[in-house]
Structures are given as structure tokens and as C-alpha cells.
Ligand binder design. Sequence first.
Ligand SMILES: [Cu+2]
Length: 165
Amino acid sequence: MSVTRRTALLGAAASGLVLGTGRVVAQTNGALAVKPVLVAAKTHEVQMLNRGEAGTMVYEPRFVSAEVGDTIVFVPEDKGHNAESIKDMLPEDQEDFAGKINEEIEVQLTSEGLIGVKCKPHFGMGMVMIIQVAGAPVPDDFLEGKMPGKAKKAFEEILAENKLS
Ligand SMILES: [Cu+2]
């Protein structure tokens, strides 16, 4: 009897029906947490590492596909790194950012487009990553700014790995 009743209540909650009495809702609230209809904004973690899958001095992952409203958190797993936006590799409606060395920084995404990120001390070693927001295409001039050769090579690799070039 009780099993049958519980199953019926679960079915009602899953289909979004409002349960009949306050007493029943209160009793079953914990078990019947209704899934939110809207997709919640996500947080994506990016580690700043001395050594990772892509070699030394790297972000991991070095490519993140995200949506407007999501947050990227750069975590200083190893010392000596930061994360900052690169001039001319930033969508118009995305504010530039620059984290301090050894400090975590959170970046909220406010515009679709591509964001190029660099570690200031290791830009010359190619420590860069890309955030793609809302599946945006690569701007024609994305790699045309002045940058170290290894950084440009790393960007080209990241785009190729993700079939964006
Ligand atoms: Cu670095």
C-alpha cells in the first residue's frame, strides 16, 4: 500500500503536477526534489600547471566550450602562473581581465565569441588557452595580433584539435 502511494507521488512530481495537500508535500519534499526546468549556468575549472598533458607550462584544459552566463575559474594548482585576456582576442561585450600571479580568478562570460587567454610570465613559452562561448566561429583576425611564435603555434594547435581551423 505505502509503496503504491509513494510511486504515485513520484510520478506526479516527475510530470510536474502540483501535489494536492501541503502535508504530503512537506513529508516528501526531500525525496521529490523537482529538477529545474532551466539549464543552470555552469562553472568550468581550468588548472594552471607546470606540467600537463600538452607539455610544460600549460592550462588544463586549454580549450573550454561554454555558454553565456557560465563562469570560468582559473586555479593556481602550481605556482608562478596567472590568467589574463589578450587584447584583440576578446569579444566586444566581454570585459578584459587579468588575474594576479598565484591567485585564483573567476571570469563570467557575458558575450558569445572566442576569448584568447595568456599566462603573462609564460606567454613566450606558449602558455595560452581558448574559451569558445556559445559555439561561436573563429574570427578571421583571431591570430593576427602580435604574439610570440610559440603562443601562435599553441593557438593553432588548440584550434586544430577542436576542429576550428
Ligand atoms: Cu604560466
